[in-house]
Design a protein. Structure first.
Length: 398
């Protein structure tokens, strides 16, 4: 933004601004004398006129990210448009705050500021790295198109954090998960804490204090316990509407069974129950990464569920509001934390499925067919052993 200042040995007001074409600060005379009375309005007009010239120059300059990146995403990221748009949106937030609109404004040290910016958002370093690599890809395109003479991010090396380990889901844990989903599905909707407060006759803050600290007389505590038992209130679960609660339960149940029985990724659990299911050939048609489809064999147990869902007049495996993969992962994150299973994630279902298949002696070729892995090494990364499977190793060695 342009600013006004006095210049030594000059009878005029001067205006300083940043030239977007060069990135350098430029000063020009306003041609308005310092001694001129009440010239503030004229000075403001001069600033506006200069800003208009700067904006006009911006429009004439070609290669702005906003002019070509959206079309680039549409044409080059057929299977990952949603994730590409999300990454670009975060980059735009940061670049806008820094006044960066053109590729030639990107500098070698861009990553340092962007990493700090994203960590403040609460994301991990590896997520910021993926977004930075996406920007690097955009800069390569800008270099090829002639918008920038050289990509300054080309030789910048960045480190990754150690990924969070994906643990096996034990028999007891999957039983706990299924029972919790079944209990939630049997309820009409989630009860709010305000419903309990209206019965007891105290505020919700007071109830939270009593539940967390246990400080209350016996009669008041007994009233709270009775109201909780009567309403079915469950502490620690966010309150949502009845329709959203039903949709959430359907999503958790369907995705849980699909991941456990079929070994699909969380992003692959949303599919059409008719167009993508062939019950005669016992095959699924699953949309994988890169907008490609693969056809794994259908688990007979999952077939029973699909027939049941068809009878319920479902078209997709679960409601449309959970079509976004990010919302699916977030819902599972909060659900597992509520069950005090924070060491697990939705991807642990796939890890467990592959480990069970390999440890059961299923040929690697069939495991790769089930999981859509192109190499054996990828499937072996998922293999885990529990303590019961390792108990006999010393007998074999000695």
């Amino acid at each position: 933004m342009a600013s006004i200042y006095k210049r030594k040995r000059s009878p005029y007001w001067w205006i300083k601004f940043k030239d977007p074409t060069t990135g350098k600060h430029v000063s020009v005379s306003s041609k308005i004398k310092l001694t001129a009375p009440k010239k503030q309005i004229e000075l403001r007009l001069a600033q506006v006129e200069l800003d208009e010239k700067i904006n006009a120059r911006d429009h004439k300059k070609s290669g702005a990210f906003a002019d070509w990146v959206p079309n680039f995403i549409e044409s080059h990221f057929k299977g990952g448009k949603a994730s590409a748009k999300i990454r670009y949106a975060h980059l735009v937030r940061y670049m806008t705050s820094q006044g960066i609109y053109f590729p030639d404004q990107i500098k070698y040290d861009f990553y340092d500021g962007y990493l700090a910016f994203r960590i403040e958002d609460g994301v991990c370093k590896n997520t910021a790295n993926m977004e930075y690599h996406f920007l690097n890809q955009l800069m390569k395109m800008a270099e090829d198109a002639g918008h920038v003479t050289r990509n300054p991010l080309r030789n910048r090396r960045i480190s990754r954090d150690t990924p969070i380990p994906k643990n096996l889901i034990t028999t007891e844990e999957i039983k706990t998960i299924r029972e919790a989903i079944e209990i939630d599905m049997q309820r009409d909707c989630f009860v709010k804490l305000s419903d309990v407060a209206s019965i007891v006759g105290i505020t919700t803050n007071r109830i939270n204090q009593i539940l967390s600290r246990g400080t209350a007389d016996k009669s008041l505590r007994s009233k709270i316990d009775a109201a909780i038992s009567h309403t079915g209130y469950r502490p620690g679960v966010p309150s949502i509407s009845k329709s959203d609660w039903i949709d959430r339960c359907q999503f958790l149940h369907a995705s849980c069974e699909i991941m456990w029985l079929q070994g699909l990724r969380i992003g692959e659990t949303y599919f059409h129950l008719y167009d993508q299911v062939d019950l005669e050939r016992m095959q699924l048609k699953i949309k994988a990464k890169g907008d490609r489809y693969y056809q794994p064999p259908l688990n007979p147990e999952l077939k029973k569920l699909i027939l049941k869902w068809r009878q319920q007049k479902r078209v997709m495996t679960f409601p449309d509001q959970y079509a976004c993969p990010k919302k699916r992962a977030g819902t599972w994150y909060h659900f597992l934390h509520r069950l005090k299973l924070s060491h697990l994630s939705a991807h642990c279902f796939r890890v467990t499925f592959i480990s069970r298949a390999i440890n059961a002696g299923i040929p690697m070729g069939k495991v790769m067919k089930l999981t859509n892995h192109s190499r054996e090494a990828i499937s072996l990364i998922y293999q885990r052993f529990d303590q019961s499977q390792m108990a006999d190793v010393w007998d074999s060695i000695t």
